[in-house]
Write a protein that binds this ligand. Sequence first.
Ligand code: DQA
Length: 138
Amino acid sequence: MKNIIIINGPNLNLLGKREPEIYGAQSFEDFFETLKADFPQFKIDYFQSNIEGELIDKLHDVGFSYDGIILNAAAYTHTSVGIGDAVKGISSPVIEVHISNTYKREEFRHHSFISPNAKGVILGFGLKSYTLALQSFL
Ligand code: DQA
């Protein structure tokens, strides 16, 4: 069975409450239950932090043993050389995901420190971006 982890960055703990016109009305915890049920062939873990260093520590913990990492680094996508370097330094494949289409939004969201070292990038499909990322590991 493949071991996959979803790692969510800052403010994604507020999904369902935060800017629902952009990020939707469902909490990630609810969505995660359906996701696990839809992909019984995977063991899927979930980690969320608002703290940059904790996200880097988690990438180090899982990045040499997991079969796949689905990373939504949220705002740190656009600012964090450290998370970008962590993605570069680990061996597990990382799929970068975003709920919104960041290219349709402010210019500062058009740059990603994750993308150059990600296996692939999926964005703009709402929470379904995570579903599509999981499908890529089938
Ligand atoms: C996001 C897009 C980022 O620009 C933003 O800072 C987020 C969420 C997304 O999933 O659409 O917090 O990563």
